[in-house]
Design a protein around this ligand. Structure first.
Ligand code: UCC
Ligand code: FAD
Length: 612
């Protein structure tokens, strides 16, 4: 007998690939059979590792949070970031499993990125947040790759350009290595005390050329400033933004006169372990992500290699940020999947009012809701990964390029918010146990809460969506055309199947397609208003609603498309439930109604926010 006469079976975690039917089904549709057959054994093996040994490492890394030893026993400043052995082992595992490398080896051509993201999705919730340094490492690798491609086109390279190419090649080789001894992680130093959203306005760090006659990309600079948030403070390199200045103090900030420049920064220490050109001022005391060493750094003449033209740092680092935003989406879906899988298992072990939760209608509905919202985020994330893979292998049409640019911020902002809501609901499913540290459930909630904040907050990314719509007249039209064509194709497939799918449940899919179709004019009106005046106060006050409307519609399209392909009842129900729950309001939106609403909203926002 248990000590107090009661012992609850804890939830168990199975293979994170094979038990995730929706993931496997999506992969079967998106990846050709030969490539998938080749990739599946590795994914299946990994699916088990993340449920067992890797999960334990992740939990250990949280228990043994990093610390900062600023001085040695003799009083010398060392600023050593002490990490858990588990954290270091997670780095080695990441290298061996090719969690960054796979995207660049391109073993599966255009599908390599998608398969890598699927693996990251399996890894995320077990990774002890090591997926954060991996995101930045992957972003830095992509940046190096793009910069090298640009360099390669220049036949008459100067000596500086050749040196730059050599440094980028060296970094790329380490960032994408499968050898744990060679593998490097990268930081991403953007945020300063003055602001992380408006990076240009907030950056005070200055870059001074070592040799004033050499300031072109490929030249060495010294950085002086203060980076307010630097995660993965134990990385070997970082990509950093700074304001370039000449020795006389004049700014060199490109044509806009306010631009930043991008630098590759080797993070080095001397033989006694003392940091070279920087100090770790402190580690942040955070709500979550406690496994992750997030530091404040003082840069005091740190050596840095200029990698972008003067003043073009933000557009240059955008290539990195777009990859880290994709990782953020994968992490969000991963947290959602983890809490859902655990809740589904727990429902078979926990009884209330005389029967197991799994047999009770309202508990079933809650589990269904968790599953639906997880599936939605996964489908959207894999769509972005698919497009990113096309782009990286030169197979992206102009249309795919527009979709990728629009869907990357949409997926990040949408999945991050979903993760917080889904994980919170999932925690509640466990009752009081969900609130108890030893269950390892609270970690998921506190870690999920960072997803909408870093890599661009929800509001900032909604404004980025406006930037995309305003910057390219084709973006909105492409989005609507894609939705319309894909809904029509799904509807046609559902008609053709005529109820002959495995379950004979095509009527709900037809209804879902009709609901999607009905919502198009409303979303179209929202888009029209945004494109007409993307920087207006009215567009800004509506930006989040627009972004979520676009994301919800597109998720509906993806779920309908998948259901039409598979013909399975479960997928049809996902599509129809999504459309019922999430699209109801869109059909009614007309241009004049939206205009009136935006004006009213501006007034309401001013009054209720206390701004008036
Ligand atoms: O948070 C961070 C690390 C956390 C740890 C890693 C977690 C990874 C996930 C792990 C999962 C567990 S690092 C800090 C991240 N910070 C941000 O993301 C900054 C958020 N703020 C923005 O995104 C803003 O919108 C800014 C900084 C981009 C605004 O800057 P500007 O200079 O005011 O913006 P402009 O003038 O509108 O844009 C400058 C140029 C334009 O191109 P040009 O000059 O050619 O017209 C834009 O089109 O940059 C271009 N641009 C982009 N291009 C801006 N954003 C993008 C983009 N996303 N893609 C392509
Ligand atoms: P602010 O920019 O001051 O924003 C404050 C609020 O204003 C936000 O809610 C924002 O949405 C809102 N806002 C801003 N502009 C507008 C607008 N135009 N309209 C409406 N609302 C607006 N940064 C790095 O560079 N490297 C890292 O490694 C890193 N690691 C991090 C790790 C953790 C755990 C955390 C929490 C943050 C990390 N960050 C890192 C910083 C992160 O990217 C920023 O916190 C984030 O980008 C927001 O910047 P901020 O904190 O300065 O907020």
């Amino acid at each position: 007998m248990a000590p107090h006469g009661f012992l609850q079976d804890p939830p168990a975690l199975g293979n994170q690939l094979t038990e995730d039917d929706f993931l496997v089904s999506l992969l079967r549709r998106l990846v050709p059979a030969d490539a998938l057959d080749d990739a599946l054994p590795d994914l299946e093996h990994f699916g088990w590792e993340v449920a067992t040994t890797i999960k334990q490492l992740g939990q250990q890394a949280e228990r043994e949070a990093p610390t900062l030893q600023q001085y040695d026993a003799w009083g010398a400043r060392t600023d050593t970031v002490v990490t858990s052995p588990a954290w270091r082992e997670l780095k080695a595992v990441s290298a061996r499993e090719g969690l960054v490398a796979a995207a660049y080896e391109r073993r599966h051509g255009v599908h390599s990125r998608l398969l890598q993201v699927a693996k990251l999705y399996c890894f995320g919730a077990s990774s002890g947040l090591f997926n954060c340094p991996l995101a930045m490492t992957d972003g830095a690798a992509r940046l190096c790759e793009l910069l090298l491609e640009k360099q390669g086109q220049d036949a008459a390279a100067t000596q500086q350009q050749q040196e730059l190419a050599a440094a980028l090649q060296d970094a790329f080789r380490h960032l994408t290595s499968r050898d744990a001894k060679l593998f490097w992680t990268s930081g991403q130093w953007m945020t300063e005390r003055g602001g992380g959203s408006d990076v240009v306005g907030g950056t005070e760090t200055e870059a001074l050329a070592e040799d004033p006659s050499h300031t072109a990309p490929g030249s060495w600079f010294r950085l002086h400033g203060y980076k307010w948030f630097t995660s993965a403070a134990d990385g070997e390199i970082s990509m950093a933004l700074a304001r370039e200045r000449s020795a006389s103090g004049t700014a060199n900030s490109g044509s806009t006169g306010r631009g930043l420049t991008l630098f590759l920064v080797p993070v080095t220490r001397d033989a006694d372990g003392r940091p070279q050109g920087f100090e770790v001022v402190r580690l942040k005391d955070k709500l979550g992500t406690r496994q992750l060493p997030t530091a404040e750094l003082r840069l005091a003449g740190m050596r840095a290699l200029k990698v972008s033209p003067a003043g073009r740092g933000v557009p240059a680092i955008a290539a990195m940020v777009n990859i880290t935003r994709l990782h953020n989406s994968a992490a969000a879906a991963s947290f959602m999947r983890r809490i859902t899988a655990l809740a589904q298992d727990y429902a078979r072990r926990r009884a209330a009012f005389g029967s197991l939760l799994i047999h009770q209608p309202l508990a079933q509905r809650t589990l269904g809701w968790l599953h639906l919202h997880t599936a939605a985020s996964l489908a959207l994330t894999l769509e972005v990964a698919h497009l990113q893979g096309l782009l990286e292998c030169g197979g992206a049409s102009a249309e795919a390029g527009h979709m990728l640019r629009l869907l990357t911020p949409l997926a990040k902002l949408f999945t991050a918010k979903e993760a917080v809501a889904v994980v919170s609901e999932g925690i509640e499913f466990f009752g009081g146990q969900g609130y108890i540290e030893g269950t390892h459930l609270p970690i998921i909630l506190r870690d999920a809460q960072v997803l909408p904040i870093w890599e661009g907050t929800t509001s900032v990314l909604s404004l980025d969506v406006l930037r995309v719509l305003g910057g390219s007249p084709q973006a909105a039209a492409t989005f609507l055309r894609q939705c319309s064509a894909r809904i029509a194709a799904a509807s046609k497939a559902a008609q053709t199947a005529g109820g002959s799918g495995s379950s004979g449940a095509q009527a709900p899919l037809q209804q879902a397609c009709m609901a999607l179709q009905r919502s198009l004019p409303g979303v179209g009106s929202r888009l029209e208003a945004a494109v007409a005046a993307p920087t207006s106060p009215a567009a800004q006050v509506e930006a989040r609603q627009l972004a979520f409307a676009l994301a919800r519609l597109f998720v509906g399209v993806l779920l309908a498309e998948h259901a039409a392909w598979s013909g399975e009842e479960e997928h049809t129900l996902l599509a129809s439930e999504w459309c019922q729950e999430c699209l109801a309001a869109e059909g009614a939106a007309t241009s004049s109604r939206l205009q009136a609403e935006a004006q009213a909203q501006l007034h309401t926002a001013r009054v209720l926010s206390g701004a008036d």
